[in-house]
Design a binder for this molecule. Sequence first.
Ligand SMILES: *Cc1c(COP(=O)(O)O)cnc(C)c1O
Length: 405
Amino acid sequence: MPNQGALADNAPMSHHDIPLSKPNITKLEEERVLEVMRSGRLSIGPMQDRFEELVAQRCGTTHAIACSSGTSGLHMILVALGIGPGDEVITTPFSFIASSNAILYVGAKPVFVDICPSSLNANPELIEKAITPRTKAILAVEAFGNPRHMDTYARIAAKNEIHLVEDSCEALGSVFNDHRAGSFGRAGVFGFYPNKQITTGEGGMIVTNDDRLAEVCRSLRNQGRAVAGRGSIQSGSAAGSWLHHERLGFNYRMSEINAAIGVAQMERLDEIIESRNEAADLYIERLLDIPDLILPTVDAQCSTMSWFVFVVRLAAGYTREERDRVIAGLRMHEIGAGDYFPCIHLQPIYQQAHGYTEGSFPIAESVSQRTLALPFFAGITKREVDIVAQTLELMISRENLSRRN
Ligand SMILES: *Cc1c(COP(=O)(O)O)cnc(C)c1O
């Protein structure tokens, strides 16, 4: 690991001996990047096209639109669907904040519903109950890569004539009931920050089967320019020219350098998912017997689980303070650990601006204060997993000891 000491202790790319996460970069990624550097074409070029094709193929969608981040992808989808002030979007409070921030960007109202304690995804029954005449969409999240309920969400959305947008930023490669993550709804989005299954440094990708939605997103990412060909710089007629803007767009493009990393990572996706699966198996085998520890579950209908992180939780009855001390203890032993995820509705910005308080979503809150993410990356060794497990066991028994005193 290069020295990343400048980062905060809880940053995903932590500086611990056994880091919380680590990108999987090989010679192939280096070669693809060099290809771009030598080509002289650094944005809007063939690497982006290749990356888009590879992701579309993988998801079985007709379109993939590369963009600057998962967050910008979510923002564009909601803009393209015409969601705005006065509209409600139902979503989960147990996620990374970007999923519901996208709803705020367009001026709509995030309506949170509580989660299922096993899948950690939004409870479908509560989604149905939360639908009002103002509901325009469900913004679903595959927590930690788990695609459970996505088909149910799709049925609810169809029945109620609202959109399903899939925030699949944690689930590239997951398959549930023969459907691939990202392809359940009107559109899905992936994120490629360095702690995700695959990375482009920074980057994102929208996938959809909807021609018009794809075209609008291609325009939105490129300053609202008309989409000519595959987004290349066009001259000539006004409608195709570089300084002709049809809508309020953004600069949410992905550079060719980032796309080059993405192409190599997609070529290695199966290998990476396989290696992460082995890591998860190592953990499950080693942690199974530790008392008071709840392990993640994978459903039988999930034929491929693409693990984003490996998150365990302390049994009911453990407090946030105890969990935090376990995390601090792991870090003290040079083991990266994270408190994935604090509830979104309890973040200061959501409490202040939107009036959510503690107690609003009891299951999400209870789970969230007991979860901890363990070091997880392709290639983690059995020895490293052993060290993590031993230390974790020690930290939990230390909490039990101090309880009894
Ligand atoms: C990572 C992530 C995002 C955002 O991705 P960025 O590329 O960092 O913008 C959005 N939603 C979820 C659930 C994520 O985990």
